[in-house]
Ligand binder design. Sequence first.
Ligand SMILES: Cc1ncc(COP(=O)(O)O)c(C=O)c1O
Length: 453
Amino acid sequence: MSTFTPPRDLAEWHRRDLGVLWHPCTQMAEHPETLPLIPIRSGHGVWLEAIDGNRYLDAISSWWTNLFGHSEPRIAAAIARQAGTLEHVIFAGFSHEPGLQLAERLCALAPDGLTRVFYADNGSAAVEIALKMSFHSFANRGMAGRNRFMALQNSYHGETLGALSMADIPLYRRVYAPLLLEPLFAPSPDAFGKSEGETDADCAMRAAAGLEVLVEKHQHELCALILEPLVQCAGGMRMYHPVYLSEARRICERFGIHLIADEIAVGFGRTGTFFACEQAGIRPDFLCLSKGLTGGFLPMSAVLTTEAVFADFLSDERSRGFLHSHSYTGNPLGCAAALASLDIFAQDDILVRNRATARQMGVLAATLQDHPNLQQVRQTGMIVAFELGRDRRTAFDAAERRGLRAYRAGLERGVLLRPLGDILYWMPPYCIRPEELELLAAATQQAIEEACR
Ligand SMILES: Cc1ncc(COP(=O)(O)O)c(C=O)c1O
């Protein structure tokens, strides 16, 4: 029997929580004075309820995981049903219905030609799998010299050492640099960096030309290019034109290297289409999925690949197989949550509904467009970003931590906006209602005012 007695108040919560826990992506010395710590007791729809009764609108879908609102009853029920039947079973040598059904449905939804599914339990693990599979498939073809990857400037692909190696965000990468692989970084197609007179498409084409030169030069050592389709999320919700994806596909094809599409953050309707790659009509060689895969309920990921890659591993020799595993590979509870989540896409006509929601987000965001402290307001589907600045052309000094001020101001107004540096963004659960979006827009405007004073 547990002898746990819940903390009576916030002060006791802070004392006990900060006495035992180590929270993610946090300088713990900042809790709770600089950075509030908010214990949550429940979540419903877009709302999180704290132990002191305060409510927060989750404008960032809890790190981009939640799709249809917190505690969505259909997903909760599917997990409960599955838990009463089969909670988990080793997935090597054994299989189960939710695992099979989910694989078949993901392949049917993915771009044509992605016909194989490998499961794991988080986004970083999916990236590791895609990297390892790509290298190993070349090695199995007698090309072990192809042992280098290419990623994009300003990219982010996760925190484990292989995935972090592919990241170009100094705050996360720099300290671990001595431990990391050294990919080549190609110019980012990010339209924020476009030159005077350039369109987003021109900017993407310019970056693609840079990519082509770099791939051509290093073709014999490269196995894959990894990228985040359409939006570099952790890199500040930086957005780019889909023509870059078409060009990247063509260049990878031309030089015989794999294309890894990391849709961990942008998949499942975030950019307006079910998968972001659809907007360029391309098929990557590897598609990495996680976060929204289970509707935001359980940690799970999947890597989809082609029959050609799969065939590279078939052999009488055991070591030519992909001997990668995680204990919870193919977890039936995660599969059940993912299946329920896919059902909701159909039942609630989510992509169509999202179009209307995205339109309203655009209209509300446009009212902030001319704010003197916004360098840019940008949108791709259900993602809107606000780039703060000292004025319309100059960034703030990062040391001033304006984003943190905006975060605190948002919380005081009942809105969870967790900026990326000085970039605020909306990436809400799809169930957000028009009046909730209006509240979010008003709170965002106030947070910007307060942060930029
Ligand atoms: C594009 C992308 N790839 C990979 C990851 C890593 O996923 P996880 O946090 O589940 O390891 C993230 C997480 O934010 C991401 O945005």
